[in-house]
Design a protein around this ligand. Structure first.
Ligand SMILES: *Cc1c(COP(=O)(O)O)cnc(C)c1O
Length: 382
């Protein structure tokens, strides 16, 4: 592509380096991170009990306006627990999108359920409410107020859309389809910290949601995740399951079911608290970068993935659309060779060996995006 050289030199200009390697996304740890970590070490509270754990939960709940926030060791097990407490049982089906990171799909399997793939919308890269409704119309029937797949006879318990790169999917429409068909809505908001739709934080539309704080996300706890929910009972269940299902007692080890060791340690929460203090700065900085990209790509043969109306995107990873798969591959080849890190969007889940036999609807949009979407450098610039 003729434009590649121009694009790469613009990215170098934005990141102010003529020859150094430019990563896709790196954390920025210049706030109170060291101070809070030192407090953990000095106090000896480095593990899953400590003041930062509770404080971090409170602050994330406050920021997202979710009633409850429950920390986990990572986003993947936050998704796993969300599915369990939302009532997903062995043998159930959970509808999700094929265009996502592997953890979405794996978490469904950890809950002993089966992922079913339904298409995405081109302009959100997230689950399409239209495709969801069409799928349910054709494949499901109601039995005693629950949704069943007519062909497999499995219960369709939940739907788990994902907000791709921090862009909101059509979450309100998805919610209304879920309500109509008696399906629980669980949001994979792993990439959505700091993103809002109609002024409401992503992950606060469905019954329950998970956010990730992995090192490559917009803010990090090293490794970590959090569950958001407004439901008191679900919140209590999630916290209980994440702490080995230990029943409080003065000295006895009482456990009332098979729980997990999923609670985030204090040192990770300390890091998270310091990161959260700077989230608004990160967002402002990244939104400015996105706006520069947007202007640059206007009138180009490459299009920039814009923010849609009513959404306020965190622009965690900026995305561009190339003409076709051939152009995409050429661009990936040239940019990475030139030391500007770029990555394609994920391979569709239904193409991976573990998931190729799963039930799916037509996936035209997901396939179209898979051929064209590339992420370009998106770190906070100082
Ligand atoms: C990052 C991510 C996860 C998993 O989060 P971890 O904290 O890495 O376990 C899940 N789903 C999506 C869409 C993600 O991007």
């Amino acid at each position: 592509m003729k434009e590649t050289v121009k694009i790469l030199s613009y990215i170098r200009e934005l990141f102010d380096t003529p020859d150094e390697f430019i990563p896709l996304h790196v954390p920025n740890l210049n706030g109170n991170e060291k101070k809070y970590l030192n407090e953990c070490i000095d106090s000896t509270f480095v593990s899953s009990v400590g003041k930062f754990v509770d404080l971090f939960e409170d602050k994330v709940a406050e920021y997202t306006k979710a009633k409850h926030a429950i920390v986990c060791v990572n986003g993947t097990n936050a998704l796993h627990l969300s599915l369990l407490v939302a009532g997903v049982e062995p043998g159930d089906e959970v509808i999700t999108q094929p265009l996502t990171f592997i953890a979405t799909t794996n978490a469904i399997v950890y809950a002993n359920a089966t992922p079913v793939f339904v298409d995405v919308d081109i302009d959100t890269m997230g689950l399409s409410p239209k495709a969801l409704k069409t799928f349910l119309k054709e494949h499901s029937e109601q039995r005693n107020g629950e949704c069943y797949n007519k062909i497999t006879n499995n219960r369709i318990k939940a739907c788990m859309p994902m907000h791709t790169f921090g862009h909101a999917c059509r979450i309100e429409e998805i919610l209304s389809v879920c309500k109509e068909y008696n399906i629980e809505l669980i949001e994979d908001a792993a990439e959505g910290m700091g993103s809002f739709y109609k002024g409401k934080h992503l992950g606060t539309f469905g019954k329950i949601a998970a956010i990730s704080f992995n090192g490559n996300k917009i803010m990090t706890t090293g490794g970590g995740g959090i569950i958001l929910t407004d439901d008191d009972e679900l919140a209590a269940k999630a916290k209980h399951l994440s702490t080995q299902s230990k029943v409080p007692h003065k000295w006895e080890y009482v456990h009332d079911n098979i729980g997990f060791n999923y609670r985030m340690p204090n040192i990770n929460a300390a890091l998270g608290l310091a990161q959260l203090e700077r989230l608004d700065f990160f967002l402002e900085n990244k939104r400015e970068l996105a706006s520069k990209y947007s202007t640059f790509f206007k009138g180009s043969e490459v299009s920039f993935f814009e923010e849609r109306e009513e959404e306020q995107c965190n622009f965690w990873l900026n995305a561009i659309l190339l003409k076709d798969r051939k152009e995409r591959d050429l661009f990936l080849e040239e940019s990475n060779k030139a030391g500007v890190m770029t990555r394609p969007i994920w391979q569709l889940m239904n193409k991976l060996p573990m998931y190729k036999e799963n039930v799916k609807g037509p996936l035209t949009n997901a396939e179209w995006l898979e051929d064209r979407v590339v992420n370009i450098p998106s770190s906070v610039r100082l």
